[in-house]
Design a protein around this ligand. Sequence first.
Ligand SMILES: *[C@@H]1O[C@H](CO)[C@@H](O)[C@H](O)[C@H]1NC(C)=O
Ligand SMILES: *[C@@H]1O[C@H](CO)[C@@H](O)[C@H](O)[C@H]1NC(C)=O
Ligand SMILES: *[C@@H]1O[C@H](CO)[C@@H](O)[C@H](O)[C@H]1NC(C)=O
Ligand SMILES: *[C@@H]1O[C@H](CO)[C@@H](O)[C@H](O)[C@H]1NC(C)=O
Ligand SMILES: [Zn+2]
Length: 513
Amino acid sequence: MAVGDPSGWPTLNFLLLAVAVSFLGSALSIDEVRTHLLMKEKMMRLGGQLVLNTQEEQANEKLMAIKIAEMTKAMKTLVFPPSMHFFRAKRLIEKSQVFNILRMMPKGAALHLHDFGIVSMDWLVKNVTYRPHCHICFTPRGTVQFKFADPTPATLMTEDCSKWILLEDYRKQVQNVTEFDNSLLRNFTLTTQDPEVTYLDQNVVWAKFETIFFTISGLVHYAPVFRDYILRSLEEFYKDNVLYLEVRAMLQPVYELNGEIHDKDWSVKTYKDVAQMFVQTHPEFIGIKIIYSDHRSKDVSLIKESIRTAMDLRTKFPNMVAGFDLVGHEDTGHSLFDYKEALMIPVKQGVKLPYFFHAGETDWHGTSIDKNLLDAVILNTTRIGHGFALSKHPAIRAFSQKKDIPIEVCPISNQVLKLVSDLRNHPVATLMAIGQPMVISSDDPAVFGARGLSYDFYEAFMGIGGMKADLRTLKQLAMNSIRYSVLSEDKKTALMETWEKRWKKFIADVVTQ
Ligand SMILES: *[C@@H]1O[C@H](CO)[C@@H](O)[C@H](O)[C@H]1NC(C)=O
Ligand SMILES: *[C@@H]1O[C@H](CO)[C@@H](O)[C@H](O)[C@H]1NC(C)=O
Ligand SMILES: *[C@@H]1O[C@H](CO)[C@@H](O)[C@H](O)[C@H]1NC(C)=O
Ligand SMILES: *[C@@H]1O[C@H](CO)[C@@H](O)[C@H](O)[C@H]1NC(C)=O
Ligand SMILES: [Zn+2]
């Protein structure tokens, strides 16, 4: 019986009813009813339908023994990383044996990432800002900006900045370079010792979040850095046992030292070239696709243009550009409904432009913002970015399950951006318990001080999944990431085969270690 399959629901309800009726009629003992209901819940859970082979069962026993030991200890000490802010939990997570197993685990694909939130910010400070011709300027608000140029660029009257200073010269005159580099790093991440005090509300944390992307813009859009950034994105995820990425990219202008500016085609082509080069040296890696994205603060006329750009890019690079999305703080931005006229352009023109909308990344239940979930599925979104609010909408939830539209769950992002503080209370717990289609991703791991997917898998497995989520849940999540990718069928098959090979090795390692 396929409980995960919507057609299985009536059967399930019928069975539950039958159990209840026989219980009332005393045909079944209390113990039998208990066992029966527990079995039902086990079957309904994400991955509950998977049948493990003997070796996987052995690995599962080992994994669960470790997990249960860690959770049981946490129940005594009340020190439980998923219940704490990630900035404080990170070090504890790194000590967890479960986390180390998750790092070894082949996780499939990462389907919800943003172009410049991927590579550890350390690298921007230690490598990129040390490159020749890097200039810095200081704004009155205490933030910084960067520009590569030769000779030193003149400061325009319009720029809200001090004059441009060659960073090499500036470093010579600062008292303590380590201290200065640490201050840059603080400009590049949200990490802080006291997040509850630093970020009093969602607007404060979002303001800093968006400022970070503005700050690093001059670094990452310098052509040689742009290329290296893509390469390092692939490296960091490959090291974390991820074999394929779908990245939301805004494709802003990339510049050369002499001031030459490249267009969007150049950027897409660079993504393609770098990924192809990477695949040559890492043959098991499948590649990268771009979801062209624009900011939801813009008005509808600009978004109309972006939709046309997206259609154009998809025509030119059908294997690279997967579709379109809108990014930025949902609570303060335009709703999908506001953009209806723009978002209907492709279908009116008979052009296929798949959507990958962020939707329901909000705590404001029942508002127009929250309706983004509704409009996302009406606009045939391929997946839902976050879907944090989905469990509050039974009809849309059921509809998306029926249509097999997965949500992309990013636990650490949701916590750092203040949608939920204790990840045991993440609303996706309910959806995991009923096998809703979903994948786990990390959104902007570098901005949150995380890396790859493993930290988010840890939070999902330990915090959201609770004590009962086991190897089946993990296997389902990894397989979902391949299934819900937009790879062509043959590439999907290839990725699944590579993943299975790695999975077998992982299982063997868990059993023998
Ligand atoms: C930055 O890293 C690249 C390799 O990725 C290396 O060739 C280069 O020398 C490094 N630059 C600095 C300033 O560390
Ligand atoms: C420079 O700052 C770092 C970090 O705060 C500190 O560990 C180091 O001792 C300082 N070095 C000097 C020479 O003051
Ligand atoms: C950002 O860097 C500047 C320059 O070092 C520094 O003055 C400022 O305090 C930094 N901002 C943060 C949040 O650390
Ligand atoms: C969504 O899909 C339905 C059914 O295929 C189609 O009729 C409708 O036009 C699509 N809407 C958009 C906006 O793509
Ligand atoms: Zn996102």
